[in-house]
Design a binder for this molecule. Structure first.
Ligand code: ADP
Length: 169
């Protein structure tokens, strides 16, 4: 019997931040395999397309040598189906402030209803990332602020390219 525990870390990753990276590194230390799932469908209107989010997330993980075993795939349908297809029994979510809690609870109960065999677990980031979100990073960058401390290096280049494209340069 295979006792290894693989986990999925799903999200919108618009774009991936150091907060996400922190959770991925924590999960990678504990579990036997981490699969980062980039959701095609999201309730939000993303800055980056699905293909871009997938490519940027993959690039950020590949640039991190300690995460060589981590895989990145796109989630096209239900998260629980994605987890099952990849042999993952656990879904990991990051919990920052209390404000994350209500949404996460709703999601957790819905996912459990969809598939009882998959557990959802939560991890807290390093405190310096606990107020960091993709939307804050986007807004600060688009307003001309510095974000080097908050995102993997590859993300900055993609944000710069995106701004140029939006300006029609
Ligand atoms: P979603 O739209 O699914 O919430 P996100 O890309 O915003 O996707 O977040 C994916 C996961 O990463 C969520 O579990 C979220 O709580 C977590 N997360 C986002 N930012 C941070 C952070 N700074 N620290 C820890 N976890 C985070």
């Amino acid at each position: 019997m295979d006792n290894s525990i693989k986990v999925v870390f799903p999200g919108t990753f618009d774009p991936i931040t150091n907060g996400h990276m922190d959770i991925i590194k924590r999960a990678d230390k504990i579990f036997d395999g981490v699969i980062v799932g980039v959701a095609r469908n999201t309730g939000k209107t993303p800055l980056f397309s699905y293909e871009e989010r997938l490519a940027i997330t993959r690039e950020a993980i590949e640039a991190c040598r300690s995460l060589s075993g981590v895989k990145v795939y796109g989630i096209e349908g239900l998260l629980v189906d994605f987890a099952e297809e990849h042999g993952a029994r656990v879904i990991i979510r990051g919990l920052r402030a209390v404000s994350d809690f209500e949404y996460e609870l709703q999601m957790a109960f819905m996912n459990r209803d969809l598939n009882e065999n998959i557990e959802i677990m939560y991890m807290m980031p390093y405190i310096k990332y606990s107020f960091l979100s993709s939307s804050i990073v986007r807004n600060v960058f688009l307003s001309g602020g510095r974000i080097e401390k908050f995102v993997p290096r590859v993300v900055i280049r993609h944000l710069e390219d995106k701004v140029k494209k939006l300006k029609g340069e």
